[in-house]
Design a protein. Structure first.
Length: 203
């Protein structure tokens, strides 16, 4: 693996939200659930479009006219581009698509049990796998350590809950953090804003 620095963007979209978007566009399936791989190949132009959209979506919430509709448009374009990249990956000869059913099942379990113990020891026991093998396998197929994935997933879900009006001191417990200071610091490191300040902006 190259030692060159890289930037990783992580997005999480609620299935019901994606389904509503799909229905509003002549029932076109915009979901990414059919993508049974963790590696997509996009041409340079598509890649830069995807990065540009992510950067727009990561901007702090705004009450400017039409901002919510604009955000929905960004998400729609992003999902279309990801589906197109998946189609290109699937149909292009010579491209080896990385996937692993064990890791897929573990990721699904994590996503459904954010408030549970998701430590390496716990997941290794849950899935009857050596924790050392799990560590190597998870990094190989996702590009993230298990701890990094769980942390990012919890923070992304927390951000969504805060944007839906829930209070920080309720959210940090619901997404599986043991204490508020750790949650607050991790949130600020990830998004550049304290969870309490994000909550105030939306009030």
């Amino acid at each position: 693996m190259s030692d060159a620095p890289y930037e990783r963007f992580v997005g999480w979209f609620h299935p019901e939200f994606v389904q509503k978007l799909s229905l509003s566009f002549l029932n076109i399936d915009l979901s990414t659930s059919k993508m049974h791989c963790n590696l997509l190949r996009a041409d340079t132009q598509t890649y830069h479009k995807i990065i540009d959209i992510f950067e727009q979506l990561l901007l702090p919430p705004s009450d400017a006219f039409g901002n919510t509709m604009l955000q929905h448009c960004y998400v729609t374009e992003l999902l279309i581009l990801l589906n197109q990249a998946h189609e290109h990956t699937t149909l292009t000869p010579g491209i080896h698509v990385i996937s692993n059913s064990k890791i897929t099942n573990i990721i699904y379990y994590i996503n459904q049990h954010l408030n549970d113990d998701l430590s390496l020891d716990s997941l290794a026991q849950q899935f009857f796998i050596s924790k050392y093998y799990l560590t190597r396998l998870f990094k190989q197929y996702t590009g993230l350590s298990l701890h990094q994935y769980v942390l990012k997933k919890r923070l992304i879900v927390a951000r969504t809950m805060l944007m839906n009006g829930e209070k920080p001191y309720d959210v940090y417990i619901d997404v599986g953090f043991n204490n508020y200071p750790h949650f607050s610091k991790s949130f600020k490191d990830e998004f550049g804003i304290a969870p309490s300040n994000l909550n105030k902006i939306l009030e």
